[in-house]
Design a protein around this ligand. Structure first.
Ligand code: GDP
Ligand code: ZN
Length: 353
């Protein structure tokens, strides 16, 4: 197996040269479990850990390797390796860490394309699709829409769904498929590019596992156990979360990817709702929230029917959430800063400021 087949390219190679990493082997993280990593190289799959220095210099969780990362490693035993550094990421899919407001957790790195899956049945939901689009735009991942379960509707029903998508979402490819009847699968497979990394996004029940099985030709991920290793006396089983498909595409599917959703769309709004953003330049007030202000170009466009009302409402909702999230982050930063100041004063023997 060549590194390019795992997704390696000249950008990563340039960085490796620049950082003088010639004495290291390069591999890709294909699974992670409690700070243990499976790293795949051209030769083999290593059970790897990060070196103490990397742990020590890490500013946050984001500095630790994630599935999809390219890492510089050294072998220290037949199948064991140490990770010395993480190569800069081309894209990052992240989510707000559970329990810690404002904290982020990297789900996967270096993904080129995301299949955003929605189903023709009751799971057909364009608001949600716009959210996943925004996650892609935030992450620097190119979206591809996959309309699944087309076996559950006739031609007219399918066309209605596709028209509904096209009314709100532009310039993004849409593939209509069925895992059941296999319709459209060949066309989708043909669109998957060699050496490019893909992931599956979409809410529960839309058919992500089914598509994964269709694409990998394997029944379930659970059968795909890679290595069992002893971690502090406990036996842990890890699954491959990054796999090379038959036609050469690479697919990442991590448990975290399944949980990503609704709250994790932050700054990509400008791209998803580019028509609203473009209009907002004509609003009377530069800080217009497009809700109640006079002279709002966005509201005017909605009233004229030039902007879809549902799209406009979805934008407002997501923008509110973004502001809420940003203020939570700001608050947390301030708290951390105040605490830092307090510590400093304490060390100097002064009273708090
Ligand atoms: P996930 O939660 O997104 O991983 O969805 P699953 O792959 O588990 O699928 C949810 C349900 O939808 C299962 O019962 C699947 O058998 C079913 N399903 C998946 N793809 C199709 C399809 O193309 N057509 C039909 N009729 N059912 C499907
Ligand atoms: Zn406005």
């Amino acid at each position: 197996m060549k590194l390019t087949e795992l997704g390696y390219n000249t950008d990563f190679e340039k960085y490796r040269k620049k950082k003088d990493l010639d004495n290291f082997a390069v591999g890709r993280v294909i699974a992670e479990h409690k700070e243990r990593y499976i790293v795949k190289t051209t030769q083999k799959e290593y059970d790897a850990e990060i070196i103490g220095n990397l742990r020590f210099s890490a500013q946050s969780r984001a500095d630790f390797p994630a599935v999809g990362d390219w890492v510089a490693i050294t072998e220290y035993d037949e199948e064991k390796a140490l990770i010395h550094s993480v190569l800069p990421r081309k894209s990052i899919i992240e989510r707000q860490a559970i329990g810690k407001q404002g904290d982020k957790q990297i789900i996967a790195a270096n993904i080129d394309y995301a299949f955003i899956i929605l189903a023709v049945d009751r799971d057909f939901n364009i608001n949600r699709t716009e959210r996943y689009l925004t996650i892609c735009n935030t992450a620097n991942v190119k979206p591809i829409i996959v309309l699944n379960k087309t076996d559950l509707t006739g031609t007219a029903g399918l066309n209605n769904r596709i028209t509904a998508i096209n009314e709100r979402i532009h310039h993004i490819p849409v593939f209509a498929i069925s895992n059941k009847s296999r319709k459209g699968i060949k066309k989708l497979q043909a669109a998957i590019k060699k050496g490019k990394t893909y992931c599956l996004l979409g809410s529960s029940g839309v058919g992500k596992s089914s598509l994964l099985n269709t694409l990998t030709g394997q029944p379930t991920m659970k059968t795909d156990t890679i290595s069992e290793y002893s971690n502090r006396g406990r036996h842990v089983t890890t699954h491959r979360e990054l796999r090379v498909l038959k036609n050469g595409g690479i697919l990442i599917d991590t448990p975290g990817m399944r949980e990503i959703g609704i709250a994790d769309s932050a700054s990509g709004l400008e791209i998803t709702f580019d028509n609203i953003i473009a209009l907002s330049r004509n609003c009377k007030f530069s800080n217009c929230t497009h809700t109640t202000e006079p002279g709002c170009a966005v509201i005017a466009a909605v009233e004229r029917g030039e902007i879809d009302k549902a799209l406009y409402e979805n934008y407002l909702k997501m923008d509110r959430e973004r502001k809420h999230f940003e203020s939570t982050v700001a608050e947390k930063r301030k708290k951390d800063k105040d605490f830092g100041k307090m510590l400093k004063c304490y060390k100097k023997g002064k009273k708090s400021p």
